[in-house]
Ligand binder design. Sequence first.
Ligand SMILES: Cc1ncc(COP(=O)(O)O)c(C=O)c1O
Length: 377
Amino acid sequence: MRDFERRNRHFDRLVNSRGLRWLGQNTNHLPAHPAVRDALTRSIEDEEFHVYAPPLGLEELRELIVADLGLDGVSSVITDGAIAGLYHTIHTLCRPGDELITTDPTWSWPMTFARSVGATVTQIPIYGDEYGYRLSPERLREAVSGATRIIYLVDPNNPLGCCCTAQEIEEIAEIARSADAYLIHDCTYRDFAHDHHLAARHYPERTITVWSFSKWLGFAGLRIGSLTAEPEIIEQLAAAPPNNLGSNIVAQRGAIAGLKVKSEWFPEVLATTRHNLGLIERTVEGIAGLRVPVTSSNGNFLIVECVEAGVRPEAICSVLSRHDVLVRQGSYHTKTFGDRFIKVSVSTPTEWVEEFCALLPQAIDEARGADADVSLY
Ligand SMILES: Cc1ncc(COP(=O)(O)O)c(C=O)c1O
């Protein structure tokens, strides 16, 4: 069987596993606010799905996104998930021979998009105590060159959970400006951060702020995200977008409802997420050879380093999958550092995380010396 078929069957198996504990994709499995469920069901009951949504999205939603980000003089476009916005931005802005700079680890798909248009990709390693598991602006400054077209900054970083300080963001924006590069600020996890700062405030003319509804609102399967930037950039992106017939209208109604109840509903999601992070941190402390190198994650996930325990991440994933627990092997994010860690996502019912914590010591023992016996993607 060809790999693309194997890969799809893998995900098909996951979504059809009824009891699966989804601790692997940073998705949010906490119950939706009733107002969000109502908006989704009302849209379906009214059979609103017969129409196309406006090309850039419902006006109310576009305005709510700009208001949530708190940016002035910008315009938003609704995309089919943040990933489609990233794909479109990179395809619109990158030419063969251009360079995209990002971190290692990063979220990998944008690198694949850049390479597919003939651009080169440079990664700045940030994994390791020597780097403090974060991007220092000085190292970015050393890396940029005349060929740098895009700086792709995942902040908070997936998978590490680090987040740039106000000072770092200001410097990164200044470096992007000095290189005349576009700065794609992927803020998919911003709502989980302890403190988050938008680069668009410092470099409005070429920053594209990417935001998703998959994580904070729990809409991964509804496919909705956004790009926000100055009108000159949005005009370029609006010229030939893949979703010119609009994004999912049901999802947009739900997203509007979600933004309206966000201040009331999300604090509880965040509290559960942080509580779950703490449970894992404490469990890991009690298992020889494991550690959480980035504590107090700014995302709804954390990494557990397992290299000192002599266990392969794939083997841990494989053992846990037999118990219906999905966690992610590091190699999904990085070739260089992927054999050192697993990633666990935690905006889920606390019981799922407790099950994971109870299984972990035994899973490490079983996985020691073993290899994965399932294909992982
Ligand atoms: C950093 C980052 N950006 C974008 C996405 C994709 O978001 P969406 O589900 O809105 O396409 C992900 C998904 O994991 C992500 O981690």
